[in-house]
Design a protein around this ligand. Structure first.
Ligand code: SAM
Length: 451
């Protein structure tokens, strides 16, 4: 049953929590949600002329919501549309890890990919991200967003948290952006409000404990867990983390937070938590807390008999011309596809491939057909592509939209073969220039359907 904007039980609880801030909290829900994007530093030259999200290097507010669909650079992965509060993940990673070391990072609840794409911009190129989503149907959008971001040091998996127990002590960092009751999205998403009930809150809380418990063995001794939700209920936040401290040996970690950010800090001996309220920050509701694991955890030995197959010399020589810094990469052959992976992380990749359900690993470069290489779409979007190896066709806005609609392109080109299509220096995909026509190779599933 609802009263005004919110369900009655929610009002009762939050009025008690917020006290005299309640009217401000309620009033904030009558205002439009701020619009923010996070730039891909590997694909953006100029920061847009808008305001910075204070806790994120790459986050910016926009004054209004443009049609992202009609911006070709959005499809090319120049930025990700992300709610500002959740960009606070950056502070946990930046303040609690050493950016000069290579990390093995798990994003356990990853779809549609907001935190994973952010993590890819924050970790070094020798670090490895496993971006996992348990719900299979959600891995398609996750894979799409990961491919648009363009990094090869990432594996997308489709596993239940307990499957990661096959990799004990494997990860340096585990981000758990847990499925939650979504109270922090009440302003942005009316469905979050419709689906809310006290039963949902306690169901989510029980599920979150199960996730924390199941994933715990996969974290190294001394490893970092970054737990977040987009909800306010303490049952899903503080209470779960106090429960975690009771179950395991953990060190609660604190973050430096500037007072002008408006973040509410919760501190006691068992945990530190950071809560974002829409009446105090320019963003939606969010919660984050970080812990270090102190329990002694035996580690996965990394030895695996599974050897990933490499392509023959002729193919390897050819693809080496296609990528920047080929000496830092490994080329792998899988089902007639050549993939690009970070050379230094092959032992971990072999262990991952052996133990998890892989949706995508690294960047697909090309399919081998009759000994010829047909470039893959993901490779066009890759930050590792050597553009000098290809014909590059710079399109204007209208032609770029035609291309993204998978329309017919009529261009006067003399050079035949595969060519990279760009807009404003952002690669969008491939075309194949034939004698009498141009084949548009944009993936059908990704094409713009809006009229
Ligand atoms: N991190 C994502 C981002 O930034 O784009 C959002 C993640 S969303 C808050 C939570 C995710 O957890 C959903 O994709 C959902 O499918 C997944 N999930 C649902 N039940 C789960 C479970 N039992 N274990 C792990 N993940 C689960």
């Amino acid at each position: 049953m609802t009263e005004g904007l919110f369900p009655r039980a929610f009002i009762k609880r939050e009025q008690a929590n917020l006290g005299d801030q309640w009217p401000e909290f309620e009033a904030a829900h009558k205002l439009p949600a701020p619009v923010s994007i996070r730039m891909n530093p590997a694909k953006s030259k100029i920061a847009p002329a808008v305001h910075r999200v204070p806790w994120s290097t790459y986050g910016f507010y926009l004054e209004s919501r443009p049609s992202f669909t009609m911006d070709p650079t959005f499809h090319g992965g120049r930025y990700y549309v992300q709610e500002a509060s959740s960009m606070f993940l950056e502070q946990a990673l930046a303040q609690l890890t050493d950016s000069t070391t290579s990390l093995t990072v798990l994003d356990l609840c990853a779809a549609p990919g907001g935190k994973s794409t952010h993590l890819l911009s924050l970790i070094g190129k020798d670090s490895l991200l496993v971006s996992n989503e348990v719900i299979q149907s959600r891995t398609a959008i996750l894979s799409e967003n990961i491919q648009k971001w363009g990094h090869s040091n990432v594996v997308v998996t489709n596993n239940d948290p307990k499957d990661f127990q096959r990799l004990p002590g494997f990860f340096d960092v585990i981000a758990i952006d847990a499925p939650c009751s979504g109270e922090g999205l009440f302003r942005k998403d009316p469905n979050a409000l419709k689906g809310w009930s006290e039963e949902v809150v306690s169901l989510c809380s029980r599920r979150q404990r199960r996730i924390l418990n199941d994933i715990w063995p996969a974290l190294k001794t001394g490893g970092l867990v970054i737990y977040s939700t987009c909800t306010y209920s303490s049952e899903e936040n503080e209470e779960n983390l106090r429960w975690l401290s009771g179950q395991y040996q953990v060190e609660p970690l604190t973050l430096k937070v500037k007072s002008e950010w408006g973040v509410h800090t919760i501190n006691d001996e068992s945990m530190s938590g950071y809560r974002f309220f829409p009446h105090r920050v320019r963003g939606e509701g969010f919660f984050l807390s970080a812990f270090r694991k102190l329990d002694q955890q035996p580690e996965h030995g990394l030895y695996s008999k599974t050897r990933l197959q490499e392509p023959g010399k002729k193919i390897t020589d050819e693809v080496q011309q296609w990528v920047l810094k080929p000496e830092e990469k490994s080329f792998i052959l899988h089902n007639d596809q050549v993939r690009l992976l970070p050379k230094k992380r092959m032992p971990e990749l072999q262990a991952i491939v052996k133990n998890l359900r892989i949706i995508l690993a690294g960047t697909a470069i090309a399919t081998i057909k009759h000994e010829k290489l047909i470039p893959k779409h993901a490779f066009a979007l890759s930050v590792d592509i050597n553009r000098d190896a290809f014909q590059v066709i710079a399109l204007d806005h209208d032609l770029a939209i035609d291309y993204l609609r998978k329309g017919v392109l009529t261009l006067n080109l003399s050079k035949r073969g595969f060519a990279l299509v760009t807009f404003d220096d952002v690669a969008l995909g491939w075309v194949n220039v034939l004698e009498n026509r141009i084949n548009n190779l944009y993936p059908s599933d990704w094409r713009i359907r809006m009229s």
